[in-house]
Design a protein around this ligand. Structure first.
Ligand code: SAH
Length: 224
C-alpha cells in the first residue's frame, strides 16, 4: 500500500512537470507535418506518462515507441497523431472501432477527439492495464472488449472509423463489412515490410490508398 501511494505521488509530480514537455512534443508533431489542430490538442491534453510504466515516464513524450509488457509496444506520438488525423480527416467522427487497445493511449486520444469509442484487445491483462490507465486519465467512456479484432465487432457496427494498431498480413473482410458509407479504415498491412493503408467506403465503392512505411507488432489470432 505504502509503495503504491509513493508511485502515485511520483506519477503526479511528473504530471505537473510534463506540461512544457507536452508542449514541446506538440511542436515537434507540428514540424513533422501534423496539421489538424484538434489532433494536436488531443495529444497535448492526454497525459501520456500515465500510459507507460513508471520507470519509463521520463521518456513518455519522446518520439519513440515504448514497451508496455506482453511483448507489445505503445506507438510513437507521431504515428498516433498521423493515424488519428487520417481517421478523422478534419471531420467529426461518430462511432470508432479501435483494434489493439494495448495500454489505452490511442483509445484516450480518440476519446479526446469526441468519438464514441469501442476498442478490442486480445490480451486480457493488457485490457485491465488500459482500463486502469484510462481511469487515471479520467477518460472512462470507451467500451473495452476482450476479443480477436480480426472479426471486428459486428454487434456494435457499422463504424464511421476503424483504426487498427497491429499489422495484419491482409485486409480482414469482416472489417470492410462493418464500415459505414463514408467510413474510413486506417491500418498497417504487411509482414516484414509494412505500410499504412487508408480504405474509404465511398458511394462508388472501396478506395484503397497505400501510405507511409511503418513498423507495427503483428495482429495475432485468438485471445489470451
Ligand atoms: N494502440 C496501442 C498499441 C498497442 S500495440 C497503444 O496505444 O498502446 C498493438 C496491440 O494489438 C497489442 O496490445 C496486441 O496485444 C493487440 N493485438 C494483436 N492482435 C490482436 C487481435 N487479433 N485482436 C485484438 N488485439 C490484438
Amino acid at each position: 500500500m505504502a509503495q503504491s501511494l509513493t508511485q502515485a505521488q511520483t506519477r503526479n509530480d511528473y504530471g505537473m512537470l510534463s506540461d512544457r514537455t507536452r508542449m514541446r512534443m506538440v511542436e515537434r508533431l507540428r514540424q513533422s507535418g501534423v496539421k489538424d489542430e484538434r489532433v494536436l490538442a488531443a495529444l497535448y491534453e492526454v497525459p501520456r506518462h500515465l500510459f507507460v510504466d513508471q520507470a519509463l515516464a521520463t521518456r513518455a513524450y519522446d518520439d519513440v515507441s515504448l514497451p508496455i509488457g506482453h511483448g507489445q509496444t505503445i506507438s510513437q506520438p507521431l504515428t498516433v497523431a498521423r493515424m488519428t488525423e487520417l481517421l478523422f480527416a478534419g471531420r467529426k467522427q461518430g462511432k470508432v472501432l479501435e483494434i489493439g487497445t494495448g495500454c489505452g493511449y490511442q483509445t484516450a486520444v480518440l476519446l479526446k477527439m469526441g468519438a464514441e469509442v469501442y476498442s478490442i484487445e486480445r490480451v486480457a491483462a493488457l485490457l485491465d492495464t488500459a482500463r486502469q490507465n484510462l481511469r487515471a486519465a479520467r477518460l472512462v467512456h470507451a467500451r473495452l472488449v476482450h476479443g480477436d479484432g480480426h472479426f471486428g465487432l459486428p454487434e456494435a457496427g457499422p463504424f464511421d472509423g476503424i483504426i487498427m494498431t497491429a499489422a495484419a498480413k491482409t485486409l480482414p473482410d469482416a472489417l470492410i463489412s462493418q464500415l459505414a458509407e463514408g467510413g474510413r479504415l486506417i491500418m498497417p498491412i504487411g509482414d516484414n515490410e509494412q505500410h499504412l493503408w487508408l480504405i474509404e467506403n465511398t458511394s462508388t465503392g472501396l478506395q484503397k490508398t497505400r501510405l507511409d512505411p511503418v513498423k507495427f507488432v503483428p495482429l495475432l489470432p485468438g485471445r489470451t
